[in-house]
Design a protein around this ligand. Structure first.
Ligand SMILES: Cc1ncc(C[n+]2csc(CCOP(=O)(O)OP(=O)(O)O)c2C)c(N)n1
Ligand SMILES: [Mg+2]
Length: 614
């Protein structure tokens, strides 16, 4: 057997560079690059290997391990999981900084290869800098915290172990049902240790995301349930994008006259003005989707995890419909006692359609959907229109302006605060990948890091990040990275003086305004934060605007800027769109000295009783 003598780190890099994917018939690298922040845990081993391989596996330098991994994850989301990135860190804090990103990828079912450095396998120099020392278990390091948030986790204790582990890592990263973060912990001494690896291990390999066909009996059962439906509806989730089943979903709805609500991850599968698009569904849903959901007798959910924002904490479907779950993951297909239809959406939808024959939605149901859609679209236009007076604009008015000033193929990125709800309801999508929302983990700070990842994935598109002041303060340093890399993003910061949405939630739960807006926090001094100056200090072009008209002008200007452009606008912290929406279960205290809390508790108990059908 022909072998080649490499360090473990060199072998990891060589193997990753040999993995290929295919996009639109063209062969591309499966691993598009590596984000790296070096320390003693990875600079000598991984650092040496990466430096020698920049032509086949480019390395990017970021400013924070969490945000670099978030950028890597956003990259994979933008690529519909067909390409992904790796992220390597030192040991200790460098590694644990990345745990939040691992959890996000785990929730969102997105591939990312995490390569934290680890303590010495030999244990000879123990305890090393940043080693935690677990008294009763010397096998533990901080990297064990990745275990519950990794779909595959391993610690490489001998260089030859990667011969087994790397193929398993790639299996998980390219498996549509099992997809998620993979963590390979790389002890510093083993990274540097050499081994005679078989040359064939590094041969080029092409990977395709598998498209499992459904069981014919499950298709027949699902078709029968739909055929008997009087008031059906469809929910489109992120799986529609990841299986690249947008065209199939549109054809399915159109042939059978079905109408669909979109989850956050599913939004964009239909253009906003598609006659079959009921809009967003759930807690941040349109009145159209939620009205049809409330008396549906059969719900076909396609590629969705059905998290509580989509189901209104399971209170949305008041008539307790039969649920059909079309999902590539049996785990999801079995949720909530659903009729499972396990398979790839792109393969399964045409089969389900064929089984339905020329069945069409009852005419009265279709007419009702059409009327509800017209009503909802009127509401959207009203709340997103430019304001007349001089009052502080609402988030809805800001996103309306950004939407008007963006092109169909621009990508808007968001994750947290009050914006996801507003955007889910109100953003008019005109391209399947134009709406990039991270709402499985809703991680503050994803916006800027994520926008960088999207820009690396789709350099030909304009990428717009919308972010609250809270999200900005939590994580913004990749602005500097975007400037340095020439990966221009346009960022709109909505400054409402703090955690606006949690402040509103707090009061809805009977609480007094406390510790959310900066004015309600413990403070001795009033320190206004100059976001534009802050962004400019990192090399961005930055400006503050005073009105929606100025925002629109700045959006035009930003389009032609040669680098990352940040626009800051003050917004009203108390306004959110009241139209649409549904109950969301947030537990309210059973006893309190505040009568507002007691009232909120009563209403909470009423909602729980309603959900239980009492
Ligand atoms: C990392 C992280 N920490 C805490 C939260 C809980 N949380 C959700 S929204 C929010 C406030 C966000 O503030 P901002 O970005 O200013 O948006 P706004 O609510 O004002 O619209 C908080 C603290 C979160 N989602 N992510
Ligand atoms: Mg805010």
């Amino acid at each position: 057997m022909k072998t080649i003598r490499l360090t473990m780190a060199q072998a990891v890099v060589r193997y990753l560079a040999a993995q290929r994917s295919e996009i639109d018939g063209k062969e591309v690298p499966l691993v598009a690059g590596t984000f790296a922040i070096f320390g003693h845990g990875n600079v000598a081993g991984m650092g040496e290997a990466l430096a020698a391989a920049t032509d086949v596996l480019p390395t990017y330098r970021a400013h924070n391990e969490q945000s670099m991994a978030l950028a890597a994850i956003a990259y994979a989301k933008a690529k519909n999981r067909k390409q992904f990135m790796a992220a390597t860190t030192s040991i200790g804090p460098g590694a644990t900084n990345m745990v939040t990103a691992a959890a996000l990828a785990h929730v969102d079912r997105l591939p990312v290869l995490l390569l934290p450095g680890d303590i010495f396998a030999s244990r000879l120099p123990d305890p090393v800098l940043q080693q935690i020392e677990v008294y009763g278990d010397p096998t533990l390091s901080v990297n064990d915290t990745f275990k519950p948030v990794s779909r595959f986790w391993d610690r490489i204790m001998r260089p030859e172990q990667i011969l087994q582990s790397l193929p398993q890592a790639i299996r998980v990263l390219t498996d549509p049902a099992d997809c998620g973060p993979v963590t390979l912990c790389l002890p510093q001494d083993i990274q540097a240790e050499a081994y005679d690896y078989p040359v064939e291990f590094f041969e080029k390999r092409k990977h395709r995301l598998r498209r499992p066909a459904p069981d014919a009996r499950e298709v027949a059962d699902a078709a029968e349930a739909l055929r008997n439906a009087k008031r059906p509806m469809v929910i489109l989730g992120g799986g529609v994008h990841y299986s690249e089943a947008v065209a199939e979903a549109r054809a399915f709805l159109s042939k059978h006259g079905l109408m669909a609500g979109e989850s956050q991850a599913g939004k964009g599968a239909l253009n906003w003005d598609d006659p079959h698009n009921l809009g967003s569904v759930g807690v941040t849903g349109s009145s159209a989707a939620n009205t049809l959901a409330s008396d549906a007798d059969v719900v076909l959910a396609i590629g969705t995890r059905l998290q509580d924002f989509t189901t209104g904490s399971w209170a949305l479907f008041k008539s307790k419909p039969k649920l059909i779950q079309l999902n590539v993951a049996a785990y999801d297909a079995w949720k909530h006692n659903a009729l499972p239809l396990v398979g790839d959406a792109r393969v399964t939808l045409p089969l389900l359609s064929a089984a339905l024959g020329d069945w069409k939605v009852p005419a009265d149901r279709a007419a009702r959907g059409t009327a509800e859609i017209a009503r909802w679209r009127g509401a959207v236009d009203a709340v997103t229109a430019a304001p007349k007076g001089n009052a502080l604009p609402s988030d809805a008015q800001v996103l309306g302006a950004v939407n008007r000033k963006s092109a169909p193929t621009d990508v808007v990125v968001n994750a947290s605060g009050g914006l996801p709800g507003e955007m889910h309801k109100l953003w008019k999508t005109r391209d399947p990948k134009g709406y990039h929302m991270e709402y499985g983990f809703s991680c503050m700070g994803y916006e800027i890091a994520g926008a960088l990842g999207v820009k690396l994935a789709q350099p030909e598109r304009r990428v717009l990040a919308l972010i609250g002041d809270g999200g900005y303060m939590m994580m913004n340093s990749e602005i500097a990275t975007s400037v340095m890399m020439g990966a221009k993003i346009d960022i709109v910061v909505l400054d409402n003086g703090g955690f606006g949405c949690i402040n509103r939630l707090q009061q809805a739960c009977g609480g007094r305004p406390f510790n959310n807006l900066l004015v309600d926090a413990h403070r001795k001094m009033d320190v206004p934060i100059d976001f534009a100056a802050h962004a400019a200090a990192m090399g961005a072009i930055a400006e503050k605007v005073g009105s929606i008209a100025e925002l629109e002008a700045a959006m035009d200007k930003a389009k032609t800027s040669d680098r990352t452009h940040v626009i800051v606008i003050d917004t009203d912290p108390m306004i959110s769109t009241q139209e649409g929406g549904a109950w969301w279960e947030v537990a309210v205290p059973e006893v309190s000295t505040r009568k507002e809390v007691e009232a909120a508790r009563k209403s909470y108990e009423k909602q729980m009783a309603a959900r239980a059908g009492e």
